[in-house]
Design a protein around this ligand. Structure first.
Ligand SMILES: C[S@@+](CC[C@H](N)C(=O)[O-])C[C@H]1O[C@@H](n2cnc3c(N)ncnc32)[C@H](O)[C@@H]1O
Length: 261
């Protein structure tokens, strides 16, 4: 797979090919988050353009960075659901990290660590560069890293964890992940919370015994994010993704102790 880093040239002096969705002709527009912080997290890449050779590629929804206002609102809401260990005991894990926008945002909280797991190697490479820029600018309160791996194979660290999902994959992948959490958490009191933005596969979590839903509802984008997202989505050549001024979200917590799968 070719790198799509801007400004670099290939062996024969040619610019590497950009992933579909990252060209101006594809409707590419820089999000204000990137303009403000000098990182590269903009763009909309359909799942079919993110082939990595993995059997779960076909369940990849798309790459799209979360609206910072939605991210901040869902984290603020999560922090209201007590009792919680202090935030500095939690590891934040973004399953489907893309170019790392949510990991960058998470690192502004004093998490024990902020980890992004991304299947596509080109996106993971861009994310690592973004993390390096963020660190160098002194913006990270938490240590950050990107792991290039299928989310199904990611082993969660010990201790309290909060998982972030911005509609990264279809039901078959999410089902495997939550079933595996349920097996590893079975019989134990484990602090494992899930923040699910654009919760299209909500029914998978609803059906998985051991998890309780703490919140379900719409989280509104800020005006600036709504304008930016609308501009990007309105420019899509194939117009396949819709935009609203809010995201349907939910928050789940592991409360079970029964082995159910
Ligand atoms: C909608 S983007 C979210 C990006 C990021 N979480 C954010 O909020 O800015 C979903 C990402 O999940 C990734 N993804 C899809 N299936 C995956 C899998 N099985 N394992 C890891 N990452 C996956 C996609 O490549 C894509 O980058």
């Amino acid at each position: 797979m070719k790198d799509n880093d801007k400004g670099k040239t290939g062996a024969k002096g040619k610019r590497p090919r950009l992933l579909p969705g990252l060209k101006v002709a594809d409707g590419y527009t820089r999000h204000p988050f990137d303009l403000e912080f000098g990182v590269r997290t903009s763009g909309l890449i359909a799942g079919r353009h993110l082939a990595s050779g993995n059997k779960h590629d076909r369940h990849n929804t798309a790459y799209y960075g979360v609206a910072p206002s939605v991210f901040e609102a869902i984290v603020a809401r999560w922090r209201r659901y007590r009792p919680l260990p202090p935030i500095d005991e939690f590891t934040f894990v973004d399953l489907g990290a893309g170019m790392g926008r949510a990991v960058l945002l998470a690192s502004q909280f004093p998490f024990r660590a902020a980890i992004g797991v991304e299947l596509n190697p080109t996106l993971a490479r861009i994310a690592r560069k973004n993390l390096a820029l963020w660190r160098a600018a002194g913006r990270a309160l938490a240590p950050m890293k990107i792991v290039c791996r299928d989310a199904v194979d990611f082993e969660f660290p010990a201790g309290p964890c909060v998982t972030f999902l911005f509609n990264p994959f279809g039901a078959p992948v999410l089902r495997q992940i939550v079933a595996s959490w349920s097996r590893t958490c079975a019989g134990r009191a484990r602090q494992l919370d899930i923040l699910y933005v654009n919760n299209e596969q909500e029914s998978v979590l609803e059906r998985q015994a051991g998890f309780a839903r703490l919140f379900q509802g719409q989280v509104r984008r800020s005006r600036a994010d709504a304008i930016a997202d609308h501009r990007i989505l309105a420019n899509q050549p194939e117009g396949e993704y819709a935009s609203a001024n809010y995201e349907d979200c939910s928050i789940y917590r592991w409360v079970g102790t029964a082995l159910n799968s």
